[in-house]
Write a protein that binds this ligand. Sequence first.
Ligand code: ADP
Length: 267
Amino acid sequence: AKEDPAVAEVAAKLSNVKHIILVLSGKGGVGKSTVSSQLAQTLAMDDELNIGLLDIDICGPSAPRMMGLEGQEIHQSNEGWSPVYVEDNLAVMSVGFLLPSKNDAIIWRGPRKNGLIMQFLTDVVWDSLDYLIIDTPPGTSDEHISIIKYLKSANVAGAVVVTTPQEVALLDVRKELSFCAKTETPVLGVVENMSGFICPKCSHESQIFKPVSGGAEAMCDELGYELLGKIPLDPDVLMATEGGKCFYREKPESLTSTAFKNIVDKI
Ligand code: ADP
């Protein structure tokens, strides 16, 4: 079969990106954007690596806020859009930068969304990148089908799938994993977020979202996926993401930082 010209164009434009990582989740609100932004920031702690974060959650772009870049604008040059830099080795591109106000919503139908995704994959002028983290919308929508189709010949390392421990979330994650299998997208592993709460007063761990059937770990064992790590429900994670900070840099000694670092080491 003849290759879609869009696929070749995306592969050519992203040929200077070594590893593309898609961050997926079955549901909204499980921490997909938190994981995407913290992975990008934790990876960028290594000065030798160049990192990009591309936020194509068109209806709920979080990267500007979570990366401390609210109110920033992207610049258009002859070659395309220049991303916004957090540091020399960390560049961010988000639909959020294109919205006139942070309260504005994008209400678009599929074809227009696909057009924007294509533009985001081909028109951003990244430097050479070691890792490009792509924060996608929740679920398995039209956008996912487009992203995966367009990236078919690019250097996709695989997907990191984020879930919380409760059954309703795991049910949707199974669908997400089956979507990856059907679209031949390699799965790097699963992250269980909001996995237990450690009381800051007495250090006792409580299972707020009690995983009745063993949570993500049991699911990974059953289906043969790697559990990349468990990130606790941690008020400091909220503080770091609200403030656009790298959690690992802020609190390197905490259990949560170890969880983030372990995930980064595995991908
Ligand atoms: P999603 O991208 O899946 O919709 P977000 O990353 O936006 O989810 O997270 C939803 C909210 O939960 C955000 O306010 C975020 O700061 C918070 N959050 C995410 N993970 C954690 C965690 N491990 N501990 C505490 N708060 C968290």
